[in-house]
Design a protein around this ligand. Structure first.
Ligand code: AMP
Length: 627
């Protein structure tokens, strides 16, 4: 397929803010590929339509690699600017156009059509060529790699027309800004292949690979639903990490009991989530963001190998502990997870323990089992129960173990007083609070569900994403000293209600108003419109600022006076004195005295708090004030 044909369709997708129209255009794309497939069939020649659909699904959400691979192209804004310079576009003109349009893609598109000598070299680009070049880019390493990368990019640029240049620039930065997301692509699949969307969503959560789903669907000879249901390649696979099930906040233990009947309470450990895959002696461990962290935690790998079960996927919380078995600060776990060298030294310095709380696969899929059954399975393979109880004298009974691989402590009850005691006990031993789970619930991968709640004593810290960085002054003059932070919108329709993806007009105004709404092209299953909720600078050490400044320069999308817009990739956990109702930001709330507690390298945009969470915390806070 010609890259030009693809760009023409995605331009239409970019132009409309209506979700249904975006879906229809994607259906048009699938239809085009299916027709090409049919033509090949009639002429008895092989068809690569299915592979092309896989590529186009990924490109449309601004990715080169499958989502589960957790790999990025990693080409920064500065390198791209260098590549444009190498094909004759001056840096000065580029910056002037970016100021005018607010978007790198549009800027280079406009400039491209002005440079006549470049267009002379044009040959027609195909989708495969573009994709293969991007893959090649990611593999370039070693001496003079910058030069080689610039050459690879400029080879593409000299063959591209103006529209193609717009999308090449954005693709290379892996930020398409056309408002496509996984959910819209799944809707398009649902329409074209006549498969119920919930079925596709479930498959997506376990495969974490939108391209693969598209490829498989287009490879069937009709009978799509039947073929889809029995397609083994779209089932849960060992060593292909799945999106975790996420919890919601509950206002109180009582509310959760009323809603769930007899819930399972568990200690909410203050650590980092891990997903462990085991096939015989082969073990891989993934972080919450599905990064492979196996090599950084060898002592856990050794213990997992000893578990008496051949094929297994389990989830748990990894906690760093001190010599008394008490939890150490969260940052210590990240120091372990991010470690690439001196791992042995680190292993003896910071001791880890894993508390398993779920099983996804045990010699076969477990995601359709109830939590009750899943817990039973987990207890069986670990040969322990870890039940919390209280004897007749009011003494707490909990089994103590020093095992590296442990089981979360649980209490199944509808007695709010007993649950409160459990909660108090969890806090007394240094943990965050409790998880409250519906025993009948299945494992719904990738969703924030109402069948699993978290309850903590304090107002929850918020996980927010950085949308802009502002140059510091005085002591902070060498760094970005303050950061605009945002939470996520709630639902897919919001994009339409609010008026589309982050676009030219909006960014054009940002110089004057840094409090204006930023809404971004969604790139995950749930929608990810972003709502600014404050600015934060406190809580960051010089070391943090140094590191953040480096990171910001890698992911900046546009330079404005005194501040930069960044891709929404850096997650802060912030505390605050309270959430105030405020007109300052579009969301209607602002954080009072926010402070960075942690830079959450283990979290991404899918994991941050939502507008709904902010509203809920605001209501809880009001309730507490009135008491
Ligand atoms: P939060 O990160 O605040 O959304 O809280 C949910 C997270 O708590 C999960 O993603 C887990 O990483 C963590 N967690 C700690 N203990 C448990 C537990 N017993 N069950 C489930 N999740 C837990």
């Amino acid at each position: 397929m010609l890259y030009k044909d693809y760009c023409e369709i995605i331009e239409k997708i970019e132009k409309t803010t209506k979700r249904l129209e975006k879906t229809d255009y994607f259906v048009e794309l699938i239809k085009k590929l299916d027709e090409e497939k049919e033509k090949s069939r009639l002429s008895n020649s092989p068809s690569n339509s299915a592979e092309i659909l896989a590529i186009l699904c990924k490109l449309s959400i601004g990715r080169v690699f499958a989502e589960y691979e957790n790999k990025e192209l990693g080409i920064g804004y500065n390198l791209l600017v260098e590549a444009f310079k190498s094909v004759g576009i001056s840096e000065k003109d580029m910056y002037a156009k970016i100021k005018e349009t607010g978007d790198l893609g549009h800027s280079v598109e406009l400039l491209k059509s002005e440079i006549k000598q470049v267009t002379l070299f044009q040959t027609k680009l195909t989708v495969e060529e573009v994709y293969n070049s991007l893959k090649k880019l990611s593999a370039i390493e070693g001496a003079s790699s910058q030069k080689k990368k610039i050459r690879t990019i400029s080879n593409l640029l000299i063959s591209a027309n103006a529209l193609e240049t717009r999308y090449l620039a954005r693709l290379i930065l892996e930020d398409m800004r056309i408002g496509m997301n996984i959910s819209t692509i799944l809707s398009a699949f649902s329409i074209y292949f006549e498969i119920p969307k919930p079925d596709l969503e479930k498959t997506y959560a376990v495969t974490n690979d939108i391209g693969k789903i598209g490829e498989r669907l287009l490879s069937y000879d009709g009978n799509y639903y039947e073929n889809f249901k029995k397609d083994k390649e779209l089932h849960l696979n060992l060593f292909r990490p799945i999106k975790p099930m996420l919890a919601q906040l509950t206002p109180s233990i009582n509310d959760a009991i009323i809603e769930m009947g007899v819930p399972q309470f568990e200690t909410k450990y203050d650590g980092a989530r891990v997903q462990i895959h085991k096939d015989g002696e082969d073990v891989k461990i993934y972080s919450r963001r599905l990064e492979d962290i196996t090599n950084s935690i060898p002592e856990i790998v050794d213990e997992v190998k000893k578990i008496d079960c051949n094929q297994l996927i389990v989830e748990g919380e990894c906690v760093a502990i001190d010599e008394n078995g008490k939890p150490r600060p969260f940052q210590d776990i990240l120091r372990r997870f991010r470690r690439k060298y001196d791992i042995e030294k680190m292993t003896s310095e910071i001791k880890l323990r894993v508390f398993l709380f779920d099983v996804i696969y045990m010699n076969g899929e477990s995601i359709s089992d109830s939590l009750h059954l899943r817990r039973e399975k987990l207890e069986k393979i670990l040969n322990k129960k870890n039940n919390f109880d209280i004897d007749e004298n009011g003494q707490v009974i909990v089994p103590q173990t020093d095992d590296v691989i442990n089981l979360s402590t649980k209490l199944v009850t509808d007695d709010a007083k007993k649950a409160q005691k459990f909660f108090d006990w969890c806090l007394s031993i240094g943990h965050e609070g409790v998880m409250i789970k519906n025993q009948d619930a299945l494992y719904t991968a990738g969703s924030r569900v109402k069948t699993m709640y978290k309850f903590k004593p304090t107002l929850d810290n918020l996980d927010v994403v950085v949308t802009r960085a502002i140059f510091g002054r005085g002591k902070r003059k060498d760094w970005y000293g303050s950061y605009e932070i945002a939470v996520r919108g709630n639902g897919v329709n919001e994009i339409n209600e609010i008026g589309g993806i982050r676009g030219i007009e909006e960014i054009g105004e940002l110089g004057e108003s840094s409090s204006s709404l930023s809404s971004f092209a969604a790139s995950d299953l749930e929608n990810s419109n972003l709502y600014v909720i404050g600015h934060v600078g406190s809580g960051l050490t010089e070391e943090n600022l140094e590191e953040l400044t480096r990171k910001v320069n890698e992911i900046k999308e546009a330079d404005l006076d005194g501040e930069v817009i960044v891709e929404p990739k850096i997650v802060f956990e912030v505390s605050y004195e309270e959430i105030q109702a405020s007109e300052k930001y579009e969301i209607g709330y602002a954080l009072r005295f926010p402070r960075v507690i942690n830079i959450r390298y283990d979290k991404g945009i899918d994991d941050i708090n939502t507008v709904e969470d902010v509203k809920r915390i605001y209501a809880i806070q009001k309730n507490r004030k009135n008491k």
